[in-house]
Every structure is written in C-alpha cells, then in structure tokens.
Design a protein around this ligand. Structure first.
Ligand SMILES: C[S@@+](CC[C@H](N)C(=O)[O-])C[C@H]1O[C@@H](n2cnc3c(N)ncnc32)[C@H](O)[C@@H]1O
Ligand SMILES: [Zn+2]
Length: 420
C-alpha cells in the first residue's frame, strides 16, 4: 500500500501524521469517503479527502471576504492552494461568485472528487475553474512567473508551514487578500520556541494567552515575508478555532515597504504580577516589568518579534456582518453563531486594547476570590474608564488595558460584603 504523490521531496513530510493517508492504495480505489456533506445548503462529496465540518466558520469568513473583494475590484480570481475535496473552491465559485478559481491539491487521488464538486456550480467548459495537483509553492510560483495574479489566495495548510507565504504573496495582486493558516498550537503555547523561530522568525514562550499569541505569530510571519519583498500587509481579521487548533488570518497586501515597526515588536508576560507588556525594538536590552522597577525582571518571559497591532479591522468586519445579514446567514445558527463571533471580533478591535487577555480563573486564583459575573465585572471596569472586551478566543477571559492589580481590586469590590 503506497501513496502516490505527484511531486516534491518535502511534500510527503506531513502525510504519515494523517491517518487517512496510511491506507490509501496506489490507484486510490480504497478511499474511505466521508461521503456527502452539506454546508450552507451546498451539497458536496468529501471523497475521503481531509475535511472538517468544524472548519465551516473559517470557510464562511473566507467566502464573505472574497465576495467583498469582488465588489471592490470588480472581478474575483481565487487560488485555493491546498483545496482538499474542493469545498472552499466550490463556495468561492457559488457564493462569492468568483470569475475564476484554481483548485489545487497535491494529492492526485482527489482529482475526480474536486472536479465533480465544482461541476455542480458550472461545467468545466465554462472555464471558470481549473483543477491542478501541484505542490502548492509550485502552483503559486507558476502563476507568478506568468504574471497571472490573484485577488484572493487561500492557504489552508497543516502545522506551521510558513514556506507558502512568500510564493502566495508573490502571486497576489496589490490590494488582494491572503487567507493563511497555522495549526501549530505547540509553538504558540511556547513548547517549541526554536520551531516558531525557524517558521515565523519569532521566539515564542509560554503565556496564559497563547492562542492570541498564535495569531500574532502568524501575522508577524506574513509581515516579515511581505517586507522582504518590499510590500506591507494589513490584517483584516484574525480567527482562532479550538478544533485543530486552527489559527486563520486574512491580510490585505499593499504596495511598498513601511518603515514603521510600531506594530511588530515583543510581548512580555510577567508571571509575578500577571501583566502583559509590549516592548519596542528601541527598548531591546531594557525589558522589565513595572512590578520590579528598572531592575532585571526575572519574572518576565519575552516572546517575539510578533505582531502587536490590531488583530482586526472593525470597519471591514462590519461590512462582513452586513453581507452575512444580506445572505440570511444571521439568526439561524444558534449559540455559536457567526454574528456573535464577528461582533466579538469587532469589540476586540478597540485600539486601546493591548495584546493578550486575562483569564478570569487566573485573576481569581491570584486574588483568592470567586469570579464575579463577567458582565458585572466588565461594567465596573468601564465605569473606571478602562477599555474592556471579551475575547473571541475563550469565553472565560477579557481583554483590557487595566493592570492585573487594579483588576483584582475591582473584582474584590464587587464581592458581597459578609455580615458577621
Ligand atoms: C487542511 S487540508 C485542506 C482542507 C480543505 N481546504 C478544506 O477546507 O476542507 C490540506 C490539504 O493540503 C494538501 N497538501 C498538503 N501539503 C501540500 C502541498 N505542499 N502542496 C499541495 N497540497 C498539499 C493535502 O493533500 C490536503 O488535502
Ligand atoms: Zn510584573
């Protein structure tokens, strides 16, 4: 039982980790298909390709963004570089009304499934889509060399494979959108700092807000690659999903370098006082936490360089939400709704909010108190003039510019007074 892979020597590195590849025969006749699935009313066949129903929200966000892009640029050329069964390509064609989609997956065995899925939208002869089985860097570089650029590139990769970033940026139009992925929760949690350094150029250490660090590590990696090529990028939204975990970021590519490192620096977590500190490049060698004024803070763990700027663009998210309403996607998906997610992201976009979040159980264990109701806590912090929002990453945390000690006193003031 051997897997036939059409290309490069480094491609198969991922495959042994994915169970379904272990029992794939050469002619692909033993594909254990998940069968037919439906997403936003569209039926498709997974054909045994890697497919996760839980990733539908990430696909929803991508389709909304691609559709907005079509409104801005007038046409929409999409490259779905690691397309699996082609569900994203199908949705970009049907829902975002893409004019042309390249659906590429390195695994040739998915070919007929992808073709059948895309044929549900339009026949091959209409030339609105093409299916290829090249290594992702190869397909992107081929289009770049032909000067055939894209409005939207989706790189739905595994792990922390940052090798796709440069070729993706190269094959994107200026003003185009890059939707990138990391599923490397070990690196963002600080368990593999040398690995994150190699992949994203960031030495990442453990923090209580590691899943936000994962998004900042990924954005930082794209910022760096874009700057190597003489461009700069703006994050439009950043999305963390627990399953996987999956870190997804949508960025706009802009012409020209920006000699401004304001949003690309270092994040320090002080385990003594619990504060998150941001440091700029000109503070190198002088990093310390205010709890140990001007002394070397042994309690400070610094990670970076990472993206320290806004995770999202609130105006862009509002346009996405309006479009979702127009499409009838709002109010029909219960508790974990798309509306709730986008609204949380809008709240997180408050420019006064620094990196990181405070986990309520961490605050409670430092204060040795029970956690007051979240709403009451947030409203008390607002009244004291602090910026505060929930985090889309975890329900049991808040983002705030309020220092931990002050947060603890506010929480204590809210506790019922015991009558002796
Ligand atoms: C996470 S899955 C894609 C899932 C799909 N985008 C979806 O939303 O359901 C990643 C896919 O990338 C393919 N792949 C992995 N490494 C690749 C590479 N270097 N070039 C092209 N395809 C690759 C795998 O065959 C797999 O189908
Ligand atoms: Zn401190």
């Amino acid at each position: 039982m051997l897997l036939t892979i059409a290309f490069s020597s480094h491609f198969p590195a991922f495959f042994p980790q994915i169970p379904q590849y272990r029992f794939r025969c050469q002619c692909c006749s033993l594909v254990p298909g998940n069968g037919f699935q439906t997403e936003r009313g569209l039926e498709f066949d997974t054909g045994g390709a890697f497919y996760r129903r839980e990733s539908a929200t990430g696909r929803d966000l991508g389709v909304l963004a691609a559709s907005l892009q079509k409104k801005v640029s007038g046409s929409l050329r999409v490259l779905d570089a690691l397309c699996g069964c082609g569900i994203r390509s199908l949705r970009y064609l049907k829902e975002a009304e893409a004019d042309f989609v390249v659906a590429n997956d390195g695994n040739e065995c998915y070919g007929s499934t992808i073709v059948e899925n895309l044929s549900r939208v339009c026949v091959k002869e209409e030339k609105r889509w093409v299916v290829t089985h090249l290594e992702a860097n190869r397909v992107m570089t081929d289009y770049y060399l032909q000067k055939s650029f894209f409005d939207f590139i989706d790189v739905d990769s595994f792990g922390s494979d940052s090798s796709f970033l440069r070729s993706a940026i190269n094959s994107l139009k200026f003003g185009g959108l890059l939707y990138v992925t990391s599923t490397d929760g070990f690196s963002s949690a600080g368990h593999r700092p040398h690995h994150s350094l190699a992949a994203y150029g960031a030495y990442v250490r453990h923090t209580p807000y590691s899943n936000e660090i994962g998004l900042r590590m990924l954005i930082g990696g794209v910022v760096r690659e874009a700057s190597v090529l003489g461009y700069h990028v703006t994050p439009l939204f950043s999305y963390y999903a627990y399953h996987g975990p999956v870190f997804r970021v949508l960025l706009r590519l802009n012409r020209g370098k920006v000699h401004d490192s304001r949003h690309y620096g270092f994040i320090g977590h002080c385990h003594q006082c619990g504060n998150c500190n941001e440091f700029s490049w000109d503070q190198l060698g002088q990093f310390s936490c205010s709890c140990s004024v001007s002394k070397v803070s042994n309690s400070l763990k610094v990670s970076g360089p990472l993206w320290t700027g806004p995770l999202h663009d609130a105006a862009y998210l509002t346009d996405m939400l309006d479009l979702a309403k127009e499409w009838g996607w709002i109010g029909c998906d219960g508790k974990d709704s798309l509306e709730k997610l986008i609204k949380l992201m809008v709240d997180e976009s408050d420019p006064r909010l620094p990196s990181g979040y405070i986990k309520l159980d961490e605050m409670a264990s430092r204060a040795k108190i029970n956690i007051p109701p979240l709403r009451t806590l947030m409203s008390a912090m607002h009244k004291k003039g602090y910026a505060v929002s929930r985090s889309h990453i975890t329900t049991k945390a808040i983002k705030t510019n309020c220092p931990m000690t002050e947060f603890i006193s506010i929480a204590k003031e809210l506790l019922p007074v015991s009558v002796s």
